[in-house]
Design a protein around this ligand. Structure first.
Ligand SMILES: Nc1ncnc2c1ncn2[C@@H]1O[C@H](COP(=O)(O)OP(=O)(O)OP(=O)(O)O)[C@@H](O)[C@H]1O
Ligand SMILES: [Mg+2]
Length: 228
């Protein structure tokens, strides 16, 4: 169901997606899991995320997209998160198009108010019991034309459940630390030596991050050398 969209009906938008899914013309990005399309007609712009895959993998990707939709509902109203209009035909996630660029393309200076606002957004997100988990990836953080943060891609985000769910609560805690670490890495452009005393309190590399770095280094040093 779609909400708060007055310039196109749900069935028209679904038809538009179905007719553009195969071509690369409207593509913002495409991977194994799904495709992100840019709808741009009559001065209106939308971003649409569609699941891809075969008989076996498409249902999983659709499940992840519905998970992302649920996260957008929880974060509804946050300045640093795009508006979500819902799921068209229960399969396509429809989002506000953010004018700007990703932080990979152009990174604000460490002293910019961008990082203060990003920090506040991360705290608000955690307060709403959501941890992003993949904020380190520079494609998942946008910078608007007026230098404000917009967090996108909640596909692997964790929503903390109430009651006793030890795995969910462990992952939530881990993902929260990942979010703070990602914030610090973006702010200092990975030059963690230059981090302020105050910010150091938030930056804690988790055992998982250290292990994955070691595995990557081992892979690069040892395995790739075999093929040189
Ligand atoms: N609301 C948006 N406004 C503007 N651009 C967006 C928006 N959402 C996504 N994009 C662009 O599309 C890209 C892919 O979106 P997203 O990260 O949500 O998809 P994904 O699940 O990572 O898919 P993929 O693996 O194909 O990148 C982003 O990196 C960004 O450049
Ligand atoms: Mg992404």
């Amino acid at each position: 169901m779609l909400e708060n969209l007055d310039f196109i009906s749900e069935s028209e938008l679904t038809d538009w997606v179905n007719s553009h899914l195969e071509s690369a013309a409207k593509e913002l990005s495409a991977g194994y899991q799904g495709k992100t399309l840019l709808y741009s007609e009559n001065g209106h712009k939308l971003v649409i995320k569609a699941p891809l895959g075969n008989l076996l993998t498409r249902p999983i990707n659709l499940f992840l997209l519905r998970h992302e939709y649920r996260i957008y509902q929880i974060l509804s109203g946050m300045q640093a998160v795009p508006v979500c209009y819902g799921m068209a035909n229960e399969e396509y996630l429809v989002l506000e198009f953010i004018e700007g660029h990703t932080i990979r393309q152009n990174r604000p200076d460490s002293s910019s108010s961008f990082y203060v606002e990003l920090f506040e957004a991360v705290e608000e997100m955690h307060h709403r019991q959501v941890a992003h988990f993949d904020l380190k990836r520079a494609e998942n953080l946008m910078v608007t034309e007026d230098n404000k943060p917009k967090i996108i891609d909640f596909g692997v985000s964790i929503n903390k459940k109430s009651g006793f769910h030890w795995l969910n609560q462990y992952l939530f805690k881990l993902a929260k630390q990942f979010d703070y670490n990602a914030w610090a890495r973006h702010k200092y452009a990975k030059d963690m030596q230059s981090m302020s005393e105050e910010d150091r309190a938030y930056y804690k590399k988790t055992a998982l991050e250290i292990a994955s770095k070691k595995i990557k280094r081992f892979y690069k040093d040892r395995i790739l050398r075999l093929f040189k």
